[in-house]
Design a protein around this ligand. Structure first.
Ligand SMILES: Nc1nc2c(ncn2[C@@H]2O[C@H](COP(=O)(O)OP(=O)(O)OP(=O)(O)O)[C@@H](O)[C@H]2O)c(=O)[nH]1
Length: 318
């Protein structure tokens, strides 16, 4: 089946995770690629690339904030809903103008995670693009800042973020560990060694970090034991005993929950991280090949060996 556009990367990820920088780096690596900016909040001078499609020509956050007296989040939601209302008479025309079955398009999307989860606006936009016939070319690229994964608890939450977008969008999905040029190579290797959530759980030190980090309300060390004033009769008041028991029950529940999440992530093998160092051509090429491979873009493109030794768990989009 012929494609309307050869490959469409949908670049997502939390605010500041490096989406825009990734889009620019991809375009530099593959100069015929065009970029569409779908972030109405992008500031005028903040885009390091020349967009071929720019949602800000339709509507932008600063103008909505000024005209409707909304805050930045409300204005962004308003803009995205406005975009939804104008998919047929704006986005469709813009994409049709780029139509080229060999062509390459990168969508730079907003970072607010709620647009992918409980206000599923991105899902609606992408569904419509599928109806227009772009489905076979679409691959989700989820960017996570490598500094966001440097310890076990962050690794787990980064994995869950990527997973929630994957489940919400139901597209071929590649998770990129961005800003690896800012990390010591050993640190990147350590993140990739985590590879499996269960492996983290199995390592005593990481398990302790996880449990401590999820201990959001209280700390067992803070529990005060009441000492009976009567000599030689150290007791805990019934209220304190009840409280300590409650804390212990919660701790055990939390421990079981964290372990179950780790187990599910591993059993399903849904998320694996691909490191990207934008200053390294080989690294860019590796990511480019993997993303293309997810939608079989370029028949003669082969997935290349990654430039470093940390390839055990990053060898395929899910
Ligand atoms: N050294 C380095 N800096 C990066 C990299 N990626 C992003 N940055 C920096 O991180 C900051 C945020 O990057 P952006 O590309 O704007 O991130 P974003 O996800 O598009 O941000 P939002 O549009 O606000 O959601 C900028 O200061 C970038 O210069 C990278 O790979 N290496």
């Amino acid at each position: 089946m012929s494609r309307r556009i050869g490959c469409i990367q949908i670049v997502m990820g939390p605010a500041g995770s490096g989406k825009t920088t990734y889009c620019q780096a991809m375009q530099q690596h593959f100069p015929t690629a065009r970029i569409a900016n779908l972030d109405p909040a992008a500031e005028d001078d903040s885009l390091p690339y020349e967009p071929s499609v720019d949602v800000r020509e339709l509507i932008s956050v600063p103008e909505v904030m000024e005209e409707l007296q909304l805050g930045p989040n409300g204005a962004l939601l308003y803009c995205m809903e406005y975009l939804l209302e104008h998919l047929e008479d704006w986005l469709r025309d813009e994409l049709d103008a780029l139509e080229d079955e060999e062509g390459y398009l990168i969508l730079d999307c907003p970072g607010q995670i709620e647009l992918y989860t409980h206000v599923p606006i991105m899902r609606q936009i992408l569904d419509r693009m599928q109806q227009w016939g772009y489905g076979p070319s679409m691959v989700a690229v989820f960017c996570i800042d490598s500094a966001f994964c440097i310890d076990a608890s962050k690794f787990l939450s980064g994995t869950l973020l990527s997973l929630s977008a994957m489940v919400a969008l139901e597209l071929p999905h590649v998770t990129i560990l961005t800003k690896c040029d800012l990390m010591d190579e050993r640190e990147v290797e350590r993140i990739l060694e985590y590879g499996s959530a269960q492996a983290i759980w199995d390592r005593e030190q990481d398990r302790q970090t996880l449990l401590r980090r999820t201990d959001w309300n209280y700390n067992l060390d803070d529990v005060v034991v009441v000492v009976d004033p009567e000599p030689n009769a150290t007791t805990v008041s019934p209220e304190e005993k009840e409280r300590i028991q409650l804390l212990e029950d919660r701790r055990l529940k939390r421990e079981r929950l964290t372990q179950s999440i780790s187990q599910v992530l591993d059993d399903w093998q849904m998320v694996s991280f691909v490191p990207l160092n934008i200053r390294d051509e080989e690294s860019l090429d590796h990511v480019f090949s993997l993303v293309n491979h997810a939608v079989q873009y370029g028949e003669d493109l082969e997935v290349k060996e990654p430039p470093h030794d940390f390839d055990d768990d990053d060898d395929g989009p899910m």
